[in-house]
Design a protein around this ligand. Structure first.
Ligand SMILES: Nc1nc2c(ncn2[C@@H]2O[C@H](COP(=O)(O)OP(=O)(O)OP(=O)(O)O)[C@@H](O)[C@H]2O)c(=O)[nH]1
Ligand SMILES: [Mg+2]
Ligand SMILES: [Zn+2]
Length: 335
């Protein structure tokens, strides 16, 4: 072999190696648990995890989640990749899995805001669920917006229930919006809020997350399904969280419906900070380490008695404090 051709073959080999090992950075836009779709510039690569991530003994059902910024290298075929590193998460929404209470599930990470979709009876959304979700968002200071969907379908009774619920959260300072995803009511208002931000849609199965996503971007064409007529429950139509880029700027993460929301890793003395209206009053309690359960001269209990703090909020708070292993599965108490 001449020196020149030897040189070129060597160069070719080196180039191939460096191409294979080129480390790229991308955002996880979909995760099925066994493979991940990672977007780098405008291309989406299907990636798997490098072996050691799996055996770290992490309690999470998903070590990598939608929204994660990851480093990956392409495999020889240049189509698929291997994830080597997850960059530190700015924030995330985590919950206890209902069926595997020792395991936790990260719904998504690195988000700018969450839209919690609520319906009154089709399916019902109960205060205990809303409060646990909001507290988990507060723990990372992720702004939460309450979206009361299906307002086209309410009767006199459900309208009243909706108003009562909405008033509780409006009073605390949460932004509440009434929409109809099917009748196109207030969709522009949601769009304005979503512009240039990463937004998560969450809520029970059947509340209309995917329908609302389709109303926001007509090209999405996400699968939606009617509620089961027998149980008035959603049918778990969306099975994996997925992030979509929006034509007007920003990203939307559609998620599968959640049954129960168990909070993860809250220290009892922190929980007050995750209930904004409690936090505002805690300085008035006699004891500065007051947990607002049995302590005398407690400003929070007084505010509940006076009707300043909603009883349903206090009930959710005390269940969290008292280590409510079971409560979040049956959090269907009335207002
Ligand atoms: N009347 C009415 N029905 C709606 C509205 N939004 C959604 N629906 C209906 O509610 C049903 C469930 O909607 P989906 O979008 O599949 O609900 P989802 O929250 O994505 O459910 P999962 O994917 O299972 O978590 C569908 O039959 C929708 O047509 C609304 O604003 N008004
Ligand atoms: Mg859906
Ligand atoms: Zn107190």
């Amino acid at each position: 072999m001449s020196n020149i051709s030897f040189f070129f073959r060597k160069l070719q080999f080196k180039l191939k190696i460096s191409l294979i090992l080129l480390i790229m950075n991308g955002i996880v836009i979909k995760s099925t648990g066994s493979w991940y779709e990672v977007k780098h510039e405008n291309t989406v690569y299907t990636c798997r995890l490098k072996g050691k991530f799996r055996i770290k003994g992490i309690k999470n059902t998903n070590p990598v989640t939608v929204g994660d910024s990851v480093d990956f290298t392409l495999e020889e075929n240049q189509q698929t990749g291997v994830i080597h590193h997850i960059h530190e998460r700015k924030n995330y929404i985590i919950r206890k899995s209902v069926n595997l209470s020792k395991q936790t599930h990260i719904i998504a990470s690195n988000i700018d805001q969450v839209f919690l979709l609520i319906t009154i009876d089709n399916p019902p959304t109960f205060p205990g669920f809303i409060d646990r979700f909001l507290a988990s968002a507060e723990a990372y200071k992720i702004p939460a917006i309450l979206v009361f969907n299906k307002i086209d379908s309410y009767n006199e009774k459900t309208l009243q229930q909706k108003d009562k619920l909405k008033l509780i959260y409006q009073k605390i300072g949460y932004h509440c919006i009434e929409v109809s995803a099917t009748k196109n009511i207030n969709i522009d208002c949601i769009k304005d809020l979503m512009k240039d931000k990463v937004s998560l849609f969450a809520g029970h199965s059947g509340v209309g997350k995917s329908t609302l996503a389709n109303a926001i971007d007509k090209t999405l064409n996400l699968k939606t399904k009617v509620l089961s007529s027998q149980y008035k429950q959603g049918q778990h139509t969306t099975t994996f969280a997925e992030m979509f880029s929006l034509p007007f700027g920003g990203y939307l993460i559609d998620t599968p419906g959640i049954k129960g929301f168990g909070v993860v890793d809250f220290e009892p003395n922190e929980v007050t900070d995750y209930f904004p209206e409690f936090f505002a009053l805690k300085g008035n309690c006699k004891f500065n380490n007051c947990l607002h359960i049995n302590e005398p001269k407690c400003a929070i209990k007084k505010a509940v008695e006076d009707g300043e703090i909603a009883e349903s909020r206090y009930k959710s708070y005390s269940q969290i404090i008292q280590g409510e292993e079971e409560h979040y599965r049956t959090d269907n108490y009335d207002l």
